[in-house]
Structures are given as C-alpha cells and as structure tokens.
Design a binder for this molecule. Structure first.
Ligand code: SF4
Ligand code: SF4
Length: 134
C-alpha cells in the first residue's frame, strides 16, 4: 500500500505517544509519570525522537512525564504490544505548530508518519493521510 495525502497539521499525532513494550507489566508509574523499558536494540532515530519529545532517557529505560493518573492504554500496533499515553510533545507550541519542523532536529519518525495503516489507528479522526493499494 502507499500513503497519499498531505499533513493538515492537526497535531493529533503530537499529542499521543506509543511506546513499544515487551509485556503488559513493563510500564511502571513514577512520581513524574511513567517509565518503560527501551528495546534491546535501540534505533538512534527512536532515541532522537524521544529526546525531542521531551522524554528522559535512562539506563535501558525511557521516562515519560505525565500528569498523575493520566490514562495508559495497552494495545497493539501491528504485531507489537504498545502503551498509548496522552503525552504532548515538548516541541508543540501553543498554536499547535512544531517548533523544529524544517530544522535538522526534526525527527525522522515525524517526517515519515504515518508509515502504515496501523499508524492511523489513533489519529484517524483528524489525520488527512490515507493508504491506497499500489
Ligand atoms: S517533533 Fe514536532 S512533529 Fe514531531 S511529535 Fe513533536 S511537535 Fe509533533
Ligand atoms: S495526525 Fe496526520 S494530519 Fe495530523 S499532524 Fe499528524 S500526520 Fe499530520
């Protein structure tokens, strides 16, 4: 399938974060939010994306600042177990614009989103991309 359309800059994908996790008990609540383990093999692009989003990178884990009792929903993204959290990216300004769009810091993960139809699961209400058969 191929992606068609253009980004309408609704910023919905900047207001939700999906963390791949190995099992449901991998998410820990902390005083600042939640902590999740990093994948065993860490992609540098993923680390950069996490840093730009304002997450803390620890020894083998990632810390997501969240308000107390923010909902954490477990689900699947394709074959991957994920935690869906309502984290707002640190680069999003008050007008809902990305501060680093068009700069060298702009994460590749943001540039290629959505990569698959599954990526639209959480943003289908607003996202103006869609997928069609080749
Ligand atoms: S870096 Fe920019 S495009 Fe990516 S999630 Fe943050 S605000 Fe959105
Ligand atoms: S959800 Fe889709 S249309 Fe909205 S900002 Fe993200 S990529 Fe663009």
């Amino acid at each position: 399938m191929k992606r068609v359309g253009e980004c309408c800059q609704c910023s919905l994908c900047c207001r939700i974060l999906l963390l791949p996790i190995p099992h449901p008990a991998a998410i820990q609540r902390t005083s600042l939010g939640i902590r999740a383990p990093l994948p065993i093999v860490v992609n540098p692009d993923l680390l950069h994306f996490y840093r730009m989003r304002g997450l803390g990178i620890g020894e083998g884990s990632v810390e997501v600042p969240l308000p107390p009792n923010a909902p954490v929903r477990l689900g699947r993204q394709g074959k991957t177990l994920v935690a869906r959290v309502p984290h707002v990216c640190a680069q999003l300004d008050r007008q809902g614009r990305c501060r680093i769009h068009g700069t060298p810091d702009y994460p590749r993960a943001c540039a290629v989103f959505p990569r698959t139809p599954d990526d639209l699961l959480d943003v289908a209400d607003e996202c103006t991309y869609r997928f069609v058969d080749d």
